[in-house]
Design a protein. Structure first.
Length: 697
């Protein structure tokens, strides 16, 4: 039995099951001895349905079906896990392999499904994953669970450590799927890329959709033996109930083998976005947000002063959105009522912003509840609870509640969904049309839900859909602190990194052992590594540029680095400074950044580790090259244009201009000296080419 495309093949047999997936044109790239698995509870016990080969395997035209059966030793009935393999379009060379997994229940009592693994390779069962000669050459992309979760590449000898304290893990990681913390073991949410850094050969596996379950891909590498102990893709259903006669289906798994030139992550993201009916606005907004200067101390007077100032600056900074952030509400959860700092209420404020010519934007944390709020008092049955009946803590934030933290809503509850829809419809009627919704992970924390047929991912999506119904299809929805997959197709914009701060790095990172924590350099890292999601799932939001010269410990070179990345990565561009005290030179910095905006960034050294240094974006007349110095000391940097320009383009180079300093740069046979670059600083190089068909000199 076999399935083939011009670039990939799958070979199976009745005795061995799925024996091999490979790319015949590429040497030493394959997966050997694939199987599948399912973990579930039946009665009082937990079971793991898996074996080296299926009980049955057949080929039906362009697909192969493998079946695994399980029967209870004392009770009648049977569970069947069916796995289907097929190429999306066998006639296309770049067609991905799609793997579907379905669990059929013919059991006399409910089965509670914990997870389905449509792809499982185990070395102790003769399985292998090979990309070149050794995993020591691999770069492994670890995609984080939610907006703030660290996303980066690792080498096989490294460790992905979890934060030191549980309250940080609750806010930053998938606590039901924490970082392994062991050398050579990595878990990536929804998609993983394995790339041989020497040859560029790669394997990318990722779930196409995330409507019904959180998916992850994990790899365990024995660096001493130079082999993969385990490689698996898993859909987590969190104990969803499946009754007799029902079927539970995992989201489809996408798999491709290829080369660096094929950019498999982009290909996966494009197809995943189509499968999730992604919402991608035509234009990335430019705007202002109150948070990073005023925080919760924002007042109506301060907000309106900034509004008036931005009206005066409109010719210099053409903004779309003016967003009120946290600090206006009576309590977290009571979103329609303002506190004493906003005496006029929300509707007049939205009208004032609209009259000034901006889109009124407002912040909420729709799944969080202050224990003292009216919402918590009137609807305690809406809270997400643990197995002892106590409310789940959704977040610990001393700005809101110093001791107890805030509780989480259960978005699987129909009454919660109705409340969300009506609350956001009321905000929309007040005149708000740009909505930032924050701390969204809280409703996806492990807990006992009102609807036990819904996984954590499905419950989150129900809540997001309820919000979208309230605001309407024409409003803009920005997600933050959100598990990424379930939000695709609902939000228009998504924060894809942790919060920036008015300093480059977080001095608490080593103490807290926390590579997720808020800091500007972490926002830079995530913006680079998650760029493949931009304009495929939504518009990316790298977070706000803090360009002010007061109340800011970012150096001017650090500000320029973040501004450069924000502008060439093409996502949303927000300022969050007091505009009434803006220095002239900082206004000039913002104008320079906005003048460079483009949408075509690609990362030239994504496999280099946590902090890639070189990004390239195409422009109308050439390219923009961003080179970052992450070091703590000034350094001299040199780039070779031949690393990304072919000889024809190199001959067309007419002008090299360093954007921030405004002076020309020379090259000799493609080599460019960028001079001495400050610590945490950058060079943003504009490369202008003569029109096609002409050459310079």
């Amino acid at each position: 039995m076999e399935l083939r495309t011009p670039k990939m093949e799958l070979i199976a047999s009745e005795n061995d099951g799925v024996r091999k997936i490979s790319a015949p044109r590429l040497s030493f790239v394959h997966l050997v001895s694939l199987t599948a698995a399912c973990r579930f509870r039946f009665g009082a016990d937990e079971y793991y349905l898996t074996r080296p080969t299926p009980d049955e395997i057949v080929q039906e035209e362009d697909r192969i079906l493998a079946s695994y059966h399980w029967s209870h030793r004392r009770r009648r009935g049977q569970l069947t896990l069916e796995v289907e393999y097929q190429f999306q379009d066998p006639s296309l060379a770049d067609s991905p392999l799609l793997i579907y997994a379905r669990l059929f229940s013919n059991m006399p009592a409910p089965v509670f499904v914990l997870s389905i693994e449509p792809l499982l390779v185990r070395s102790d069962w003769g399985g292998a994953v090979q990309i070149g000669h050794s995993p020591a050459e691999w770069s492994i992309l670890r995609n984080g669970w939610q907006s703030w979760s660290a996303t980066r590449t690792y080498r096989a000898s490294e460790r992905d450590r979890r934060p030191r304290f549980n309250f940080l893990s609750e806010m930053e990681e998938n606590v039901a799927n924490p970082s392994p913390g062991k050398r050579g073991e990595f878990t990536s949410e929804q998609v993983m890329a394995l790339v041989n850094t020497s040859s560029g050969q790669s394997i990318v596996a990722g779930f196409l959709t995330c409507r019904d379950a959180f998916g992850d891909v994990r790899v365990s590498i024995d660096s001493k033996k130079g082999e993969v102990r385990r490689f698996a893709a898993r859909a987590s259903f969190d104990g969803v109930r499946v009754d007799n006669g029902e079927t539970l289906e995992a989201d489809p798994l996408w798999l491709r083998i290829g080369t660096r030139e094929e950019n498999l992550l982009d290909a996966w993201a494009r197809q995943s976005g189509r499968a999730m009916n992604a919402r991608v606005p035509k234009r990335s907004p430019i705007g202002w947000c109150s948070w990073y200067h005023y925080y919760t101390k924002v007042t109506q007077d301060a907000l309106l002063a900034n509004l008036d100032q931005l009206v005066q600056l409109r010719d210099q900074i053409p903004m779309d959105v003016f967003q009120l952030d946290d600090g206006y509400e009576r309590a977290i959860g009571d979103w329609l009522e303002t506190n004493d700092k906003f005496p006029d209420g929300l509707a007049p404020l939205a009208a004032r912003i609209a009259e000034a010519g901006f889109t009124p934007g407002i912040w909420t944390a729709p799944f969080l509840v202050d224990p003292k709020s009216r919402l918590a008092t009137e609807h305690p049955d809406w809270l997400l609870r643990n197995d002892k009946g106590k409310p789940i803590r959704g977040v610990y934030n001393p700005l809101w509640n110093l001791w107890r933290g805030l509780w989480a809503l259960d978005a699987s509850h129909p009454e919660v969904q109705a409340w969300l829809t009506e609350t956001f419809a009321a905000l929309r009627r007040m005149g708000w049309s740009f909505f930032k919704i924050d701390f969204l992970y809280s409703t996806a924390l492990p807990g006992v839900r009102h609807d036990d047929t819904r996984s954590r991912a499905a419950a989150l999506r129900l809540g997001l859909e309820a919000i979208r119904r309230g605001i309407g299809e024409d409003a803009t929805l920005l997600g933050c602190g959100c598990p990424l997959g379930p939000a695709a197709g609902i939000v228009d914009i998504m924060r894809i990194g942790p919060d920036v701060t008015p300093r480059w790095s977080n001095p608490m990172r080593p103490l807290l052992r926390d590579h997720h924590c808020l800091s500007t350099v972490h926002a830079v890292r995530n913006t680079i590594h998650r760029h493949f999601l931009h304009r495929r799932w939504w518009l990316n939001d790298p977070d706000c540029l803090l360009a002010r010269d007061k109340k800011n410990k970012l150096t001017l070179p650090e500000i320029r680095t973040f501004a450069s990345l924000a502008t060439i990565s093409g996502g949303m561009f927000l300022l969050s400074d007091d505009m009434t005290e803006y220095a002239v030179n900082r206004l000039g910095l913002v104008k320079t950044a906005l003048a460079q905006r483009c949408e075509t960034m690609r990362v030239l050294d994504a496999e280099s580790g946590e902090f890639p240094t070189r990004m390239l974006a195409a422009t109308e007349d050439g390219y923009l090259l961003l080179v970052i110095n992450y070091g703590n000391q000034d350094t001299n940097l040199v780039v070779d244009l031949k690393d990304f320009l072919d000889l024809v383009e190199l001959a067309r180079v007419e002008e090299l201009m360093e954007v921030w300093h405004g002076h020309p740069v020379l090259h000799q046979d493609g080599l460019v000296s960028l001079g001495r670059v400050a610590a945490h600083g950058c060079r943003l190089l504009r490369i202008r080419l003569t029109p096609s068909g002409e050459s310079h000199g």
